[in-house]
Write a protein that binds this ligand. Structure first.
Ligand code: CA
Length: 225
């Protein structure tokens, strides 16, 4: 799950990045409103964490511009401003959640998970597909009741595809969702993880769309007779 973190305070940003990246999140960090707009215009994200006090723009302006372009991307506002007035303004501009500094990292993570889950149209922490059960809270996977061990990035790749079941995800989007900006991964890494997942579950789970990307197909519905 890829998060854009908009925060001008390096210590806070680094702490959030370090903490969340121990789990299923990839964090891309920008320190200004201008860079945030550029990032949002050209990259797929699952969530935005937005600090209100930015050096070049008010966070509310960033939120306003974002909502002009994208109604669905969840936004969590992170700020030292405690006034209720600010919260109301944030929600009226389309923020989905609000956390006041100082905050607890575990709480931030729980809220990030809940927001992303809600935006993907789910209320459960377990994704199911054809005998597979992927538990997001426990970061565990079973197939036909038997535990399946995957490498961390393979697990993340499977999560991305299961959350977007029925949609083809391009290789470049997958690479960005897996790695963000700051790692140079080998171009064949997706093939390696996909084949690991197929080997440990079943071969037809992930379908390759040649030259484009990958998809987990929705199960076929039985015709009604
Ligand atoms: Ca700030």
């Amino acid at each position: 799950m890829r998060i854009l973190l908009i925060e001008d305070e390096p210590l806070i940003a680094q702490a959030i990045k370090t903490f969340l990246e121990r789990y299923e999140f990839r964090i891309d960090w920008v320190a200004s409103g201008e860079l945030a707009s550029e990032a949002l215009a050209s990259n797929p994200f699952d969530l935005v964490i937005l600090d209100l006090g930015l050096p070049d723009k008010d966070g509310f302006d960033v939120l306003h511009d974002l909502r002009d372009e994208n109604f669905e991307l969840p936004v969590l506002i992170l700020t030292a401003r405690e006034a209720t007035k600010n919260k109301i303004e944030g929600f009226s501009l389309g923020a989905d959640d609000y956390l006041t500094k100082p905050f607890d990292m575990e709480e931030l993570m729980a809220r990030c998970r809940a927001l992303i889950r809600r935006s993907h149209g789910r209320s459960k922490t377990i994704l199911r597909h054809q005998g597979l059960e992927l538990n997001l809270d426990q970061q565990s996977l079973t197939y036909k009741g038997e535990p399946v061990k995957l490498q961390q990035l393979a697990f993340r790749l499977l999560t991305i595809l299961m959350e977007r079941k029925g949609r083809v995800i391009s290789k470049s989007d997958l690479m960005e969702l897996l790695y963000g900006w700051d790692e140079n991964a080998e171009s064949n890494v997706l093939e390696v993880y996909v084949s690991q997942i197929r080997r440990k579950t079943y071969p037809s789970l992930i379908r390759t769309i040649r030259g484009i990307g990958y998809i987990i197909d929705e199960p076929e519905t039985k015709p009604v007779s």
